[in-house]
Design a protein around this ligand. Structure first.
Ligand code: ZN
Length: 372
């Protein structure tokens, strides 16, 4: 029995890497697949169209039995029970401490928009395009997942402009060898997303990328954009300063190789202070290749967090997104920058209502895991 405190193994089942890029999974397979990717049975039932959790569970069981594979399933079958145990113990701990740290309570409904850019290697742009189209737009015969040049606006395969709500597979000079559909590697760029639906789409995109054979290596990164132009100058300054003050926690959440990587370097404390001071005076300024990149702000109004290594693990992406959306939300609500001691501020953020307790627990688990 695995240690219940550890997150589940989220590697794709080897079987699925053999699935051709134009795959259509049948319903049982889908249930098994989503389950293996870490969804609860209720979520699996909803995503696959089964009427009930027990129906989804039976379907996944049928599929696992048919391929003679039980290990991935055995590892995940106690997921729901473990999650609720962890939630309960964390809630008890927070009640005892009766504090949510420096964060003002969340007044909003979590509709701050965000987007993800996921660099990959190991699969052609065309394979990833097909898998994403099949997963995210299954009943749509029009091209909704486009292949473009770097930051391109029109599709190299269908010729149309990229519209709101559509996805892109972009050329990315740091990980691939060309922009053509047959070249290997690139960057999946989500549209502007929001809320639980947005998280769900990102998770499904990760699963589809895995099915297409997409992998990550040291060259790849995960970049998160968070809406930032609704904050006042003072709030923007507070956020930037707070990001710098919390950098030790971000360091603890990413691979060691990331902390010194050229494309996402960690600015000095003095640099964060100076960026924060500039923001308070109304000037958003930053270098592009650093952990917090504000150079897209003038164009699309977002703060971009570039620090995380590449991943197509749905849970890693989900909780990193939730963390950064939550942090911006808390400063938009009037939290002020402050000194930070340790990593407990993540639990405080959840306690103040900016993200699920489950996310804070997942991230704490990652910190322990990466510290080994
Ligand atoms: Zn297209």
């Amino acid at each position: 029995m695995a240690d219940p405190a550890q997150p589940l193994p989220m590697e794709p089942m080897p079987h699925f890497e053999q699935v051709p890029h134009n795959f259509r999974l049948d319903q049982d397979q889908q249930a098994a697949y989503f389950r293996n990717a870490g969804y609860t049975w209720r979520e699996v039932a909803r995503l696959t169209g089964f009427g009930s959790e027990s129906g989804a569970r039976a379907a996944a069981n049928r599929y696992f039995a048919s391929i003679g594979q039980t290990s991935g399933y055995v590892a995940s079958q106690n997921l729901d029970a473990r999650r609720s145990t962890r939630r309960a113990s964390a809630a008890r701990r927070r009640r005892q401490q009766n504090t949510a740290g420096v964060f003002v309570p969340n007044p909003s409904n979590g509709e701050r928009t965000f987007g993800a850019e996921m660099e990959f290697v190991g699969a052609t742009k065309s394979a990833v395009q097909s898998a994403l189209q099949a997963e995210l737009f299954p009943n749509d015969s029009a091209c909704r997942v486009h292949i473009t040049h770097y930051h391109g606006r029109s599709c190299l395969t269908c010729g149309n402009m990229v519209e709101a709500g559509e996805w892109k597979v972009e050329h990315d000079g740091s990980v691939d060898n060309g922009s053509s559909p047959s070249s290997i590697g690139g960057e999946v760029v989500s549209p502007v997303l929001a809320g639980e639906q947005g998280i769900d789409l990102i998770r499904r995109a990760c699963v589809a990328m895995q099915a297409a054979g997409a992998r990550v290596d040291r060259r790849t990164g995960l970049h998160i954009h968070v809406k930032f132009d609704d904050l006042t100058s003072a709030q923007q300054g507070n956020y930037i300063e707070a990001f710098g003050l919390r950098h030790n926690t971000f360091d603890a959440l990413v691979a060691r190789s990331r902390r010194t990587a050229y494309y996402c370097g960690r600015p000095s404390s003095a640099a964060f202070q100076s960026m924060a001071d500039d923001a308070r005076r109304g000037t958003i300024r930053s270098a592009r290749y650093q952990s917090l990149n504000l150079s897209a702000y003038g164009r699309i109004g977002t703060a971009e967090v570039r620090y995380h290594q590449g991943t197509v693990n749905p849970s890693k992406v989900e909780h990193w997104v939730r963390l950064h959306v939550a942090l911006v939300d808390s400063f938009a609500a009037g939290t002020e920058a402050s000194t930070v001691d340790g990593h407990d501020w993540i639990a405080d953020l959840a306690e103040a209502g900016y993200m699920p307790t489950e996310s804070a627990e997942y991230l704490s688990g990652r910190i322990s895991e990466l510290a080994r």
